[in-house]
Design a protein around this ligand. Sequence first.
Ligand code: TMP
Ligand code: ASP
Length: 254
Amino acid sequence: MARRKKLYEGKAKVLYEGPEQGTLVQYFKDDATAFNAEKRDVIEGKGVLNNRLSEFFMTGLGQIGVPTHFIKRLNMREQLIKAAEIVPLEVIVRNFAAGSMAKRLGIEEGTRLPRPIVEFSYKDDALGDPLVPEEYIMAFGWATQQELGEIVDTTLRVNDYLSGVMYGVGIKLIDFKIEFGRIYEGDFPRLILADEISPDSCRLWDIETGEKLDKDVFRRDLGNLTDAYTEVARRLGVLPSNVTHANTKPTLIN
Ligand code: TMP
Ligand code: ASP
């Protein structure tokens, strides 16, 4: 295939021009970062796993009527997506206290919250993605009141879906982050789920043991990140047999 034009490179993904107007190719890198890229490493196989897992979740959400940017997976590391204008918000749902909420409020990690809590961060690495109230979002025009209502409703549906899927394979969905984008039908903007859904942007704990199966393994130096993501993929049945060996030498077949 001819070399595609690179449009954007983020910490974990690259976006290339797509084959048709209104499409992009999303490439999943092996790079892992945490704490606004203060900590970074290359974790072999992570991109392949996240490509598969994001495909799995986006497809499932599409099947229950949640519009997403996902069109199809192209290969081990790339997927074809709809080009969307990204809403500059990280939409976070918390079912159990962990991470920044546990720290900010002094709640023990793993404490069940009275109900799922949705919060918003303004997407800006230089500022450290600060938590922002809804008032800011509307005043600064990052999203309209109507869009915000739709974002919350859809996010809670995503939470129900992901919590259920995870519960079915013995995993507790502690929290997660998603992003939305706008696509235009004529002049009318429509919100769709964008970016990715993967263990990079969720907290996933084994129900029985409490073992962490998400990016906290990297953030907190708890072990091998690829092993943790492979375990999630294996339980969900989305693991192709050779997934983590994409970069190993060819073996001789007799
Ligand atoms: P937090 O507890 O650090 O605020 O994170 C909440 C959730 O959001 C957690 O599942 C990790 C995810 N997350 C991201 O995907 N990207 C980020 O930049 C941050 C800070 C959190
Ligand atoms: N994604 C952010 C970073 O790369 C923060 C995180 O996920 O911990 O720094």
